[in-house]
Design a protein around this ligand. Sequence first.
Ligand code: SAM
Length: 259
Amino acid sequence: MVHPASSGWSLGAGVRTTRLFVTIAELEADRLDLRGSNYRHLVKVLRVEVGSKALLLDNTGRAREATVVAVSSNEVTLENNGYVELDTEPKVDVTILQSIGRGDRFDEVLQHCTEAGATRFVPLVSRRSMVDIPPERVPDRVERWRKIVRGAAEQSMRTRLPEVTGPMPLDIALQQEVRGEFLILHTVGSRKAIGDVEVTNGGSVTLAVGPEGGWSGDEVELAIEAGATPVTLGPRVLRTETAALVAVTQILFQLDRRR
Ligand code: SAM
């Protein structure tokens, strides 16, 4: 079960702080009145009160501390304090081309891979996806996906929101969405171990993850023609959402060791 709005956290020594993405203008203001969804999120979900601390993020990499100074029935007022240096963004851009399937598997990929450090998500309708999103429902679905990413980014103290594109077929994604070193996760045939793939720090990686029924043979061929290297995560067959998380973690573990 995914909880998109869970951004409360503990800032050491029992101090409880909330993280929230706001606009650039809101971050730069001295005082901030929030209504609507940000109000509901802070007051109804996270139950902030006068004196609560918040960490505001503007999706450009900047973060600023703030203190709640008033709460009314439809508005919460914060006083913005000093800017904070946060170094939580990965040094490598990881795009995930993720086949969407039934249930909330894709939601889990968004949540967990945002926490792990992925930077872009491209929902794929692949041959065995077993899911059909009617065109009129796509905007709502994408908005919901972006909310999940935002909640996970706030929770994990990301300073930039990972992007979520609209859903698309594999051939379009291959033409438009691949960045840097391109790896297709595959469970059969000749493959390289993901840990042996060489990616330069500061670069980009694109991971393609198949649906529960796996890739069809021609999808894998198409990806290889587009420059993909087939890779394995080991001898065990992982669920699609587990495979995405393990792959992101492996890539960033190799390339993102700073602390
Ligand atoms: N029976 C399917 C097959 O033959 O590929 C299993 C698909 S698996 C549940 C879903 C997706 O996760 C796969 O298409 C692949 O992209 C990825 N995956 C799962 N385990 C993997 C592994 N050990 N190595 C590489 N990719 C894996």
